[in-house]
Design a binder for this molecule. Sequence first.
Ligand code: ADP
Length: 629
Amino acid sequence: MEQKQFQAESKRMLDLMIHSIYTHKEIFLRELISNASDAIDKLYFRSLTDDQVGTKPEDFCIELRPDKDARTLTITDNGIGMTAEELEQNLGVIAHSGSRAFKAENDLGDNADIIGQFGVGFYSAFMVAKRVTVRTRAYGSDKAYIWQSEGVEGYTVDTCDKETVGTEIVLELLDDTDDEHYSEYLEEYRLRQLVKKYSDYIRFPIRMETTSRRKVEGTEDQYEDVREIETLNSMVPIWKKNRNELTDADYNAFYHEKFIDYTDPLMHIHSRSEGTVTYNSLLYIPAKAPYDYYSKEYEKGLQLYASGVMIMEKCPDLLPDHFSFVRGLVDSEDLSLNISREMLQHDRQLKLIAKSLEKSIKNELAKLLKSDRAKYEEFWKAFGIQIKLGIYNGFGMNKELLQDLLLFHGSACDSAEGFSTLQEYVDRMRDEQKYIYYAAGESVTRCASLPAAELVRDKGFEVLYLTDRVDEFAIQVMREFAGKEFKNVSGGDLGLESDEDKTALEEKNAAAKDLFEEMQKTLTGKVTAVRLSGRLKTHAVCLSSEGQISLEMEKVLNDMPAGEKVQAQRVLELNPEHPVFAVLQRLFAEDKDKLAKYTELLYQQALLIEGMPVEDPVALSKMICDLMV
Ligand code: ADP
């Protein structure tokens, strides 16, 4: 019979399995049982709607058969089986699980131990077996196939006889060495222990014929060995167990295995709801955003079970976009098993579940914010942008739900990395303070050094520093928090001046009206006005904006690949107390050419201060040099 080669990557994977110094070889059993359970799931699901299947629901099971004489361990399932093509495709080519562990191994260097935290799939059988034989018959087929392999050399496939649908895997165990006692996988107690440890929640019975000593009936002291079929697993899925029976380690182990993330989740939310809808849910907040999280490729969703049967791998309708980072599953008795995806979308029960999950995610996050700030900030760094996008994208619809979860940097925070909630800001507000002030820019340092921010701080008010691009958009959609309006320090009236100050400024502006008209001529198309402002303290000049679009928003919007270019209505503001203003006044009377140059220069400086590109750096540089000589 022709020996076939494994696909190159599979070969490497196999190599890794066989030569792994990996100590938890025992997980091979978990992997094979999990495959068997998946295969049964598929046929079980069919059997509910298809009379042809024949197997009764209670007859689905996985069987373990250790044979000490032959030194084999056989794992049998009456699941869906594999066709010849599937056999070739699934076992000849590296499977998903394999590639995961593979990736991890490559990412994390030589730490072979790490693969134990993953599903390593079918190939893990080669960690304990010198030869693996798979006999399988697919549902709906009258042909059966035998697949055999001794590892990297390749594998063979042939037809064989098999009465029943399903798969049987025979492991011929490796010889014992000084360090490794493969024989232990032939011991009943050991197999029982492993099933309890890794596969207890598998929904189908895992059975094994075991021996127990019993008193012979009718005798006083005679005992005999009785062989009986024992079910090794409790079959209660973790999400149906009582919370107080479970430890963090249990939850985390389930997470690693189920969601293939080797970092411990930040937290889990395990709940049962009985009311308008009945469901169990087990949700996790990952500690880190997956690499593709903020991309179009990322698919949100929760696993959906109807009465313990998985009906959908990723149901997007269960999660709102603002909580799309949540992983987990929902199991409900109120959903029908053979519901189609289309119908599911409109299902009333599902909508109710989604609503209630949304509420509980929000509540748990809010609780975390109160109880463990450091952890919450970790969460925020990973997923805060998504929450802010949620406010923006919902046009404010999600404001009530999400606003308490927001964190921003700010002038009152201990460090540039520190955060403040909006409530904390408001609680610290002074009686005379009208607004929640914020400055927007690409970093905390940048925001803090804006001239207008300096002034507001100087008056004794806090300034929030909005450093994410979405921030200002979200803030604009919210408009206010706890009745306090948001105010960009670089736009409009900051409400800081007394009426007298305002009148005085207006008078000064009126007096310099001609000067400003002249300056504006130089800046036609660039600014809509030139004026004196109360916004400046030590700086001579700044840019502010009028209207809906701020300078920061202009930057963000114009950075987007599609869409029309926008321009904020810019105002060039001058500091009346700064000596430069006096110079301008003098030039207006004496030297209009020079005034034009200075005006241009001031405008370019204001752009730089705002973190905006100057229009012509070469011309600007030349202008400065001209002035120097
Ligand atoms: P994974 O289970 O993560 O997909 P594996 O390497 O464990 O990766 O298995 C590869 C594929 O082989 C499975 O996805 C499944 O299609 C098939 N398979 C494995 N074991 C069985 C089985 N007992 N019955 C039917 N199909 C199986």
